[in-house]
Design a protein around this ligand. Sequence first.
Ligand code: KG4
Ligand code: ZN
Length: 343
Amino acid sequence: MRVLGIETSCDETGVAIYDTARGLLADALHTQAAMHEAYGGVVPELASRDHVRRVLPLIGDVLARAGLDLWEIDAIAYTQGPGLAGALLVGASVANALGFALGKPTVGVHHLEGHLLSPLLGDPAPSFPFVALLVSGGHTQLIEVEGVGRYRLLGDTLDDAAGEAFDKTAKLLGLPYPGGPALAALAERGHPGAISLPRPMLDSGDLDFSFSGLKTAVALRARAAGVDGRPGALPEGVRADIARAFEEAVVDVLVAKSIAALGATGRSTLVVAGGVGANRRLRERLTADVARRGGRVHFPELRYCTDNGAMIALAGALRLAEGTTSYAFSVRPRWELRTLAAA
Ligand code: KG4
Ligand code: ZN
């Protein structure tokens, strides 16, 4: 079965074709990062309009690359939520219009389920069960994954998500949007240990996170370092040391809690999903520390860590295999993962 996947929940238009027998046939992505950069964050109306412009050409693109005609697609999966309402509606409308026109089923996919299952695109793919560390711009969660639709939330952030903390701290340091990769690049030039920052919730005894205090600690450190309370005006070296300290603090907490989650569930496989999973220091530390305790870590390829159409096509294929289909133009901008059940 060939599934066309469409992702339009935020600022990336992602389209892919996943074949249940042959794997991923083609995927294409347009990122709006440059368009939103001038505003320091995603402007929802601009995002929706850009999805309208991009989605049909991208569908044409993946079909051409897979050597398929539109009617050779067996089903269409699209991100139904959570995300920006207007942006979600673009993908939902195109997917359902195609579904009606072609007489093919459509399935609305939960964006986070897409991230959770994205490591299955890898080779070798992890097998169930595993613990997933979901670290995106909107979420920081540890989830025990026993199978498709069988997710148990182990820990969550009490305030900012890790990616959000990266983005806000980057903004504070005068870095361009999206902040995560920019901050990580700046941190490479910082000296380890030059500045110390707290490790929030490290010893909380549970698997929850909190990152907003860390952002405040950075603001205070930066202010103490001078320049009229404008951290963006600090010398490059100081900003790099702050970035390094911030990144190490976040990574320390994510690694410690992930290992605690493996211990608490008795699982040996950790999979990492979501945009912050692209962070090099996090990948290195997790790989080393989980291996030390006899486990293994799976990372999606970098391009499948951030938003993409491939994970939606894959999750849609797995859902369709269980009999889930839905012709629905409704989108779910707010949608709790825990309300998902196996079909
Ligand atoms: O999963 P994602 O593409 O979008 C959703 O939030 O669903 O994640 C985006 C987040 C942003 O906060 C971005 O700054 C962060 O992932 N990110 C990174 C890196 N690359 C992307 N954070 C730290 N280091 C990176 N290399
Ligand atoms: Zn995402």
